[in-house]
Design a binder for this molecule. Structure first.
Ligand SMILES: [Zn+2]
Length: 455
């Protein structure tokens, strides 16, 4: 074994080399790693280009099948959805993701050919290509877009994705023939609210709205939060003066400004009344009377307080045990689900009073839509006869399953076929004849239904 402090001699120049043989070995190893990583990135880029070409071709096939063959737009759409579902099930994407990637790939191939060539040659990565496409999509003229692509690609081949994005966005903004007014009108049509899982029992609620409204919302929450903190501080001070140093009975508000803003946001959205309410005369109490509804799943041991694990919302969003028990205590009713101790298969659902047992059983067993990859909560799903009722299929839990509107329609209107096993597994056969199995997760479910609690 060589000692690390033994200096080597540089054979070429006959000079003392400050690096040891071990250092030189590591240098060589690191150089080899750097070269290897470059080669890996280039190979991955080439394969991404190949994947883009495959997805674009699938999209072209879908578009050709959609052309004029079907009488309605809906029937044409089914051709596209069925192919997207076929690809999604095979590579474990949801069919919505597959459909979006097919459309993006065709757009990249047809409108950004130089970018695809650079990707195939390994000169840029797939993420570089995505930022070029995102920024350049605002340029409708093919000649202008090609000029944009040429300039940005020169930059992208030497720069990181983040710098390429800044440069491409800045250049596209300069070249954009549309006024900000026109762009805002179009962008404003994409306003929406969505929820993203963050883990640790938290989610992110995002709203895409006009900039003026978004900044206004944040400013109002900030002003309200500061007012709360000011009142709380004054109360604490006044109480302290009255008690003259005695133990204070005032609850001290220790929340940060961010926390208070978030609490106000939830409070107002869960309990507030919209300023404009077209249902005021049609619904008792109007829109303000509509209350939020969620499906909470709590394992029996957690419900009883002897464990803290396994509680979730809609079977996909973990929540802490205290919140789960609090929601359970406030629920007007709940279902008890008996599961097999080893396999976890749902065996039965009971309730202190008879109701629509079958619907509750399906919601408890399926938790979400049963198409491969879909996570639409069961409460938003239809009940599908796996073997068609019109052809003699039984209205029985062994032949029924929760399917969201999208996948119920896909099954009804395309060649996707479902059959169910006694354990609740659903075996899907795609139009290409490939098989995919959707298994049942074990669940315990609590469903508020307006009845008084049994305890
Ligand atoms: Zn679905």
């Amino acid at each position: 074994m060589r000692l690390p402090d033994v200096g080597g001699r540089c054979e070429t120049h006959g000079m003392s080399n400050p690096l040891s043989d071990v250092d030189i070995d590591e240098e060589a190893q690191l150089a080899s790693i750097v070269d290897g990583l470059r080669e890996s990135e280039e190979s991955i880029a080439a394969m991404e280009a190949q994947k883009t070409a495959q997805l674009a071709t699938a999209m072209r096939i879908a578009l050709r099948r959609m052309e004029g063959k079907h009488p309605t737009q809906r029937a044409r759409e089914m051709e596209l959805r069925s192919i997207a579902a076929e690809i999604g099930a095979a590579v474990r994407w949801s069919d919505r993701v597959a459909q979006q990637r097919m459309a993006d790939a065709l757009d990249l191939v047809e409108r950004f050919p130089a970018t695809v060539d650079a990707l195939a040659a390994g000169r840029i990565t797939a993420r570089h290509a995505a930022v070029i496409q995102d920024a350049g999509c605002v340029l409708p003229d093919a000649t202008e877009r090609a000029a944009f692509e040429r300039v940005v690609l020169e930059w992208a081949e030497c720069e990181t994705v983040a710098r390429t994005r800044d440069y491409a966005q800045g250049l596209a903004e300069q070249m954009n023939p549309e006024s900000i007014t026109e762009r805002f009108e179009r962008a404003d049509k994409g306003r929406k609210v969505s929820v993203t899982e963050l883990g640790d029992g938290m989610v992110k609620v995002e709203a895409i709205v006009a900039a003026a409204l978004g900044h206004g919302i944040h400013d109002r929450l900030t002003q309200q939060a500061r007012a709360i903190r000011q009142v709380a501080a004054e109360e604490t001070r006044e109480h302290g003066e009255q008690e003259d140093g005695a133990d204070s009975a005032v609850v001290v508000d220790t929340r940060t400004l961010d926390q208070t803003r978030a609490d106000l946001f939830c409070d107002m959205l869960l309990t507030g009344q919209p300023a404009i309410d077209p249902t005021a005369d049609a619904l008792p109490g109007g829109l303000g009377a509509i209350r939020a509804s969620i499906q909470v799943t709590v394992p029996a041991l957690t419900a009883a307080g002897s464990d803290d694990r396994g509680a979730s919302i809609d079977g996909k969003s973990p929540i802490d045990a205290d919140t789960a028990r609090c929601l359970m205590a406030g629920a007007p009713g709940w279902d008890r689900v008996l599961t097999h101790p080893v396999t976890g298969t749902v065996l039965a659902v009971d309730r202190y009073r008879a109701g629509n047992q079958m619907e509750r059983f399906l919601a408890a067993r399926d938790v979400h839509c049963r198409f491969p990859g879909c996570r639409m909560p069961a409460r938003l799903c239809d009940h599908d006869h796996n073997f068609d009722w019109a052809l003699g299929g039984q209205t029985d839990v062994c032949n029924l399953a929760c399917l969201c509107k999208r996948h119920h329609t896909l099954k009804t209107e395309t060649e996707w076929v479902a059959s169910q096993s006694p354990d609740g597994s659903i075996h899907w056969t795609s139009p290409l004849g490939r098989g995919y199995t959707d298994r049942v997760p074990p669940r315990v479910t609590f469903v508020p239904d307006g009845d008084p609690p049994p305890f």
